[in-house]
Design a protein around this ligand. Structure first.
Ligand code: COI
Length: 354
C-alpha cells in the first residue's frame, strides 16, 4: 500500500508556467513542470518520486528501444468553476494499462501506486490545468522495460512514468478519413486491444500514404478480409445512420476506448437506439452512396468527439453533411464537457477530484 509520504517529491526551482498561453496550446508541445516515476526491480515497484520534468538516460541496449516493450494511457484532467482539478475516469485508465501490460509481459502497476502518483503529480502541477474553453491537461502514464539486454526474453526491470501537458483540440477541424483495405493494424491473437507503443509506430507508414492523398487519418478494417470497420488509430469510430448510433464491438483487435464507453452509456441513457455490432465496410459504403450517413465521428481522449467530414473508399470520396454542426456529436460533447468540467451532476461517478 502506498501513501503520499512514500513518494519522494523534489519540486522544481523555477516554474516554466509563464511559457503557457492558454489560448494557443498545440497538442503535446509544452510539458508541465514535474513528472512522476517509479522503478520495478527485484520483483517490486520502488522509488516512487516526483521530480522536475527532464530528459531520462537509457542504455543503448535498453530492451524497449529495440523491441517496443512499452504500453501507455491517455487521460485528461479539467478545472471546474471553483478551480478544483478533476480527472476523468482515471481508475478505468489504471485498469486498461494493466490489461495492455499483461500482453507485453509488463508487471501490474498497483492501482494505488497509479492513483497516488497521479494525485500528487496533479496537486503539484495544478497550475498547469488550463481553464480556457475546450482546454484540459492531457495525462500520459506509460510503462517500459529498462533491462539492459538485447537478447529476447521477458524483461525483469521496468519504469512507470506519468507526464502531463496542457492541450487544446487534437484535431482543429473535422477530419477526412480513408477506409484502409491494404494495410492492417491488428489481427486476431495480436496486440490490437492493447495500448502498446508498437501498434502506433506501425500505423504511421499506412497513415502517411493516406495523408499523401489528402486524408488526415485511416479507418482500419479487419486484418483478415478488410470487410469490417475497426477503429481509427487515435480514436474509436461511430456512425449515425437511420437515427441509430452504430459502432464496432471491442474485441481482440480494437482498443476498448474509455470515451467510447462513456458515449455509449450517455446515448443509451438518452434513449437513443445504439448498436454495438460488426459494422461491414459494404454497409457504410452503401449508406454513404445513398446519403444515409447522418453523422460520423471519432471518439477518444485526445480527439474528444472528432467529427468526420469525408470518408474515402477506393476512388470514391463521400462528403458527409454539415460536419461542423452535427447535432448528435455536439450534444454528446456538451454532455461530456458538462460532466468533466463539473457543470452538472456526475451521475456516473466518472469524476475524480484531486
Ligand atoms: C489518446 O486519445 O489518449 C491517445 O492515446 C491517442 C493518441 C495516440 C494521441
Amino acid at each position: 500500500m502506498i501513501d503520499s509520504q512514500a513518494i519522494d517529491i523534489q519540486p522544481i526551482a523555477n516554474s516554466r508556467i509563464q511559457e503557457l498561453d492558454e489560448n494557443n496550446i498545440p497538442f503535446g508541445a509544452l510539458y508541465s513542470d514535474h513528472m512522476f516515476l517509479a522503478d520495478y526491480y527485484d520483483g517490486a515497484w520502488q522509488d516512487a518520486r516526483i521530480v522536475p520534468y527532464q530528459n531520462i538516460s537509457l542504455s543503448p541496449a535498453n530492451a524497449t528501444l529495440h523491441y517496443a516493450i512499452t504500453v501507455f494511457e491517455g487521460m485528461k484532467a479539467y478545472k471546474n468553476p471553483d478551480g478544483d482539478v478533476i480527472a476523468f475516469r482515471p481508475e478505468a485508465n489504471a485498469e486498461r494499462l494493466n490489461i495492455s501490460g499483461e500482453r507485453m509481459c509488463i508487471p501490474e502497476v498497483p492501482q494505488d501506486l497509479f492513483m497516488e502518483g497521479l494525485t500528487q503529480l496533479l496537486k503539484i502541477d495544478a497550475a498547469w490545468v488550463p481553464s480556457a474553453p475546450n482546454t484540459s491537461l492531457y495525462i500520459r502514464p506509460f510503462v517500459f522495460a529498462t533491462d539492459e539486454y538485447i537478447g529476447i526474453r521477458p524483461p525483469s526491470n521496468f519504469r512507470f512514468m506519468i507526464i502531463t501537458c496542457p492541450v487544446g483540440a487534437y484535431y482543429g477541424k473535422p477530419v477526412s478519413v480513408k477506409i484502409e483495405t491494404e494495410y492492417s493494424r491488428a489481427f486476431p491473437g495480436g496486440t490490437g486491444y492493447a495500448k502498446a507503443g508498437g501498434n502506433y509506430g506501425a500505423s504511421l507508414y499506412p497513415a502517411l500514404q493516406a495523408q499523401k492523398k489528402g486524408f488526415d487519418q485511416l479507418i482500419w478494417t479487419d486484418g483478415q478480409n478488410h470487410e469490417y470497420i475497426e477503429e481509427s488509430g487515435t480514436m474509436n469510430v461511430m456512425f449515425k445512420i437511420d437515427d441509430t448510433l452504430i459502432t464496432a464491438p471491442t474485441s481482440g483487435t480494437i482498443l476498448k476506448g474509455i470515451t467510447r464507453d462513456s458515449v455509449l452509456k450517455i446515448t443509451r441513457d438518452w434513449g437513443m437506439k445504439v448498436e454495438e455490432r460488426p459494422v461491414a465496410v459494404a454497409e457504410i459504403v452503401a449508406a454513404a452512396r445513398e446519403g444515409r450517413i447522418q453523422e460520423a465521428f471519432g471518439v477518444g481522449t485526445a480527439a474528444t468527439i472528432a467529427p468526420i467530414a469525408k470518408i474515402g473508399f477506393g476512388d470514391e470520396i463521400f462528403e458527409l453533411p454539415n460536419p461542423e454542426n452535427g447535432e448528435l456529436a455536439q450534444n454528446i460533447l456538451r454532455e461530456l464537457n458538462n460532466i468533466r468540467y463539473g457543470l452538472i451532476e456526475d451521475r456516473y461517478g466518472w469524476t475524480y477530484k484531486i
